[in-house]
Design a protein around this ligand. Structure first.
Ligand code: AMP
Ligand code: MN
Ligand code: MN
Ligand code: MN
Length: 278
């Protein structure tokens, strides 16, 4: 069976493979197509597309959004990476992230935790600095005993050094993706909520332009996949799927095969292509 991977990250966000290395690795893995879907940026796509290859390289993006105060991720497939409006919006939210990191560090410093942005950058492989990197720096500087403790004591939602992040809402993100010629996909859909709420969310997202849902995903069991497929069928969404490959950032997850059992069939891509531009 021909297989694909519609969810991967490069060094332009928090992955450890450059876009060129991703293309080479997709070839090595025998994938027929893969999408580069960095967090809140399309900047790595040009590099991935600059090389001759038999693998279809799909332009994508993964946008962090809000739904009912919860963070949910929307992947856009086949977006035009040169779309001015999309790139302007993504840049605005990336810059907000930088300000927010300094606010978190200020809070930590005022609590007597003497940590700087340079300490944080040391644990950062990609271009996006998140709470994950601040947590790693807190561990390596000895302020906490573990990564989990960094979140439990300081960085977790509503803990003493927490600063909320400004993001797009789900309607805006899907509109941006659609206007940039892309197909909006609900990423890793098993969010922490009841099945009823999840299905209701999919219905609402579909009304605002959602087209597909990641039924195939690295951490899904076979029954998770069946469960999400049934939900997608009821709601009227088509299937997508990918590993969420990050290289060494998530060492248990491999491109294409996820945690060993993942296999995303090439056939689903035909339907996704059919959803482009309306
Ligand atoms: P950010 O995008 O800066 O809000 O940071 C999100 C990152 O922090 C993600 O990589 C999460 O895996 C990680 N993260 C968020 N909350 C927790 C938590 N309570 N425990 C462990 N990791 C967390
Ligand atoms: Mn990531
Ligand atoms: Mn995600
Ligand atoms: Mn991802």
């Amino acid at each position: 069976m021909d297989t694909i991977d519609l969810h991967t990250h490069s060094t332009f966000s928090d992955g450890t493979f450059t876009p060129l290395q991703l293309v080479k690795y997709a070839e090595e893995k025998g994938l027929k197509a893969f999408a580069i879907t960095d967090h809140d940026t399309t900047e790595g796509i040009k590099e991935a597309k600059s090389i001759e290859t038999n693998v279809e390289v799909i332009s994508g993006v993964e946008i962090s959004t809000r739904y009912d105060k919860k963070e949910i991720h929307i992947v856009g497939l086949y977006v035009n990476e040169n779309d001015a409006d999309l790139n302007k919006q993504l840049k605005y939210y990336r810059e907000k992230r930088v300000t927010r990191n300094f606010e978190i560090l200020e809070k930590l410093n005022s609590l007597g935790v003497d940590i700087t942005i340079d300490d944080v950058k040391e644990s950062c492989t990609g271009d996006v600095i998140s709470r994950a990197h601040i947590a790693k720096a807190l561990v390596s500087k000895g302020f906490v005993g573990s990564y989990t403790e960094a979140f439990d004591r300081y960085l977790g939602d509503n803990k003493c050094a927490y600063v909320p992040r400004e993001t797009l809402n789900y309607e805006e993100s899907m509109e941006l993706i659609t206007k940039a010629g892309g197909v909006p996909v609900l990423a890793h859909p098993l969010y922490k909520m009841s099945d009823t709420n999840l299905e209701n969310m999919m219905v609402k997202l579909r009304q605002k332009g959602l087209k597909a849902v990641e039924v195939y995903y690295s951490t899904h069991s076979n029954s998770d996949t069946q469960h999400v497929m049934a939900m997608a069928n009821r709601v009227g969404l088509i299937y997508s799927g990918g590993s969420d490959f990050h290289g060494a950032t998530k060492p248990k997850i491999d491109m294409g095969t996820g945690m060993g059992k993942l296999a995303v069939p090439y056939e689903i891509l035909e339907k996704i292509r059919g959803e482009r531009n309306g």
